[in-house]
Write a protein that binds this ligand. Structure first.
Ligand code: FAD
Length: 391
């Protein structure tokens, strides 16, 4: 018999989400993370938005937007200390990619999909109030819309979900790197090593590969050899400037290529992101490129020209990696759907998570449990994760 029902590789938001969903069902669950803290990969390097993804409406991805807005509502309810609604301003200039009516149509659809109360819907900011918008550039400004999105601290959210999983008995092994996986009929084995110790073997009925940008590397360590997916790692950078614009978010267009750029409050400073650059090195080596930093600085000074050079000195910068289906399209045009790859359709032993969003980690984790259902014993009666409060 295996020591565990569910073994998870990766202590990012997806790994901890699955740990919570598995442990609440009474499964013997273990999570293995290579670093000495949780959320050292993408899950502390995101844009920190818990959002429906307004721009996915342009790809007609209504179900993704609907799911994310629903997940946002659960998080606002279950973790109000970690997930907070903030006003988002969308300025529309004469040369903006989208006209005021397009923004209005998108926001109307967004409110409809989110079943939002009237005070959480959008409004148009009258011209007389533009002077209150933290020195936003008003040259050629045609309209400003305001709606709401939620912001979180992704690292703290990941830790809180893991604490919830631990409260239901999940085990956490930090500082432990997985180097091999052997799939067998009754149970599978994971070879891993905690820093400074010898190799250890862990046995489990099911294994979840939640290794984020390392997902293909982990899949490569599996015996017998598994099929994989063609993916690109796409780097997104953020910079933090030592200035305060208020507790509001700006949803802007880069003057260079009209890509979306967010300007957000971050612990008393201002965070700006993000970029999209194809990444081909080791996922542990992600770092903002000079051209990405300059791109973000240009987007900020274009929209907020009155801030001086000293206020725009970078205090901190970081980057993270999106896992996207490979292709020649611009990264922001590619599917954001999460892909679940199983070693076999019936009674899967291994499931790898490709892509996904911070916002929908809980829905993703529930979907993983659905796929594993027939590989695992009957779950214990349990509360649903959507009702679990996070501490
Ligand atoms: C720039 C950027 C901005 C984003 N902004 C948003 C946003 O605003 N809102 C939103 O909803 N989503 C956003 N996302 C998406 C979201 O951040 C990611 O989907 C999510 O964080 C991925 O989590 P994960 O658990 O899959 O991966 P990760 O957080 O990367 O976790 C994987 C973990 O696996 C561990 N690991 C890897 N290999 C091994 C091994 N061999 N042994 C042990 N451990 C291992 C790693 O150390 C890591 O901790 C953004 C993504 C990026 C890149």
């Amino acid at each position: 018999m295996a020591d565990h029902d569910v073994a998870i590789i990766g202590g990012g938001i997806h790994g901890v989400g699955v740990a919570q969903a598995a442990s609440i069902r009474g499964y013997k669950t273990i999570l293995i993370e290579q670093y000495d803290e949780l959320a050292q990969g993408t899950s502390s390097r995101s844009s920190k938005l818990i959002h429906g993804g307004l721009r996915y409406l342009e790809q007609f991805n209504f179900s993704l937007v609907r799911e994310c807005l629903l997940e946002r509502s659960y998080l606002l309810e279950n973790a109000p200390h970690l997930v907070k609604l903030k006003p988002v301003y969308i300025p529309v200039y004469k040369d903006s990619k989208r006209s005021p009516w397009m923004i209005r149509a998108g926001l109307s659809m967004y409110a409809l999909l989110g079943n939002l109360a009237s005070d959480a819907r959008f409004k148009k900011i009258p011209k007389s109030k533009w002077c209150d918008l933290h020195n936003l550039n008003v040259n050629n400004l045609q309209a400003v819309y305001q709606y709401y999105e939620a912001q979180t601290d992704d690292r703290l959210l990941t830790q809180a979900v893991m604490s919830s999983a631990q409260a239901y008995g999940a085990e956490l092994m930090l500082n432990t790197k997985v180097s091999a996986i052997q799939l067998q009929d009754n149970y599978s084995t994971i070879t891993c090593r905690t820093a400074g110790q010898q190799d250890k073997i862990i046995t489990s009925t099911t294994i979840i590969n939640a290794a984020g940008p390392w997902v293909a590397k982990v899949l490569d360590q599996v015996q017998p050899k598994q099929k994989t997916l063609d993916i690109d790692l796409v780097q997104g950078a953020h910079i933090v400037l030592p200035l305060r614009l208020g507790e509001v978010i700006f949803y802007l267009e880069s003057p260079d290529d009209k890509r979306p750029v967010f300007v957000m409050p971050w612990y008393g400073d201002t965070m700006i992101g993000t970029t999209e650059s194809l990444f081909t090195k080791d996922p542990g080596d992600t770092t903002p490129l000079d051209k990405e930093v300059e791109y973000l600085q240009r987007a900020f000074s274009h929209h907020f020209p009155t801030y001086n050079k000293q206020q725009s000195v970078i205090k901190h910068q970081f980057s993270g990696l999106r896992v996207l289906p490979s292709g020649s399209d611009a990264a922001n045009q590619r599917s954001r759907e999460t892909i679940y790859l199983r070693d076999r359709k019936t009674k899967p032993r291994l499931l790898s998570i490709f892509g996904g969003k911070l916002t929908s980690y809980r829905a993703t984790s529930e979907q993983v449990m659905c796929y594993l259902q027939e590989s695992l014993p009957e779950p214990q009666p349990h509360t649903e994760t959507k009702y679990l409060k996070l501490k």
